[in-house]
Design a protein. Structure first.
Length: 83
């Protein structure tokens, strides 16, 4: 199942943490990822066309996809894929 939602352009996202042995608790969040408005502006990340159902018919949408991100507001155990 794919769940689609909206976030603001200044939402703080993080990459998955690297597997580095440290003392204490295991890291939950990795380095800061680019914010959605920065992702949209980067030409290195290409747009991809996906199909979606809305308003009674199938439409083509142009999206940029970045995998394995975390958003603190949704919980630390749930990896995300932002489009």
């Amino acid at each position: 199942m794919t769940l689609i939602g909206r976030i603001t352009k200044d939402t703080k996202l993080n990459y998955e943490p690297e597997d580095i042995k440290t003392k204490g608790r295991k890291m939950v969040y990795g380095k800061d990822a680019p914010r959605p408005d920065q992702i949209r502006a980067r030409e290195k990340i290409p747009y991809q066309t996906v199909k979606g159902w809305t308003a009674g018919k199938v439409h083509d949408f142009k999206v940029k996809i970045i995998k394995d991100l975390k958003w603190r507001s949704t919980g630390k155990k749930i990896p995300k894929r932002w489009q």
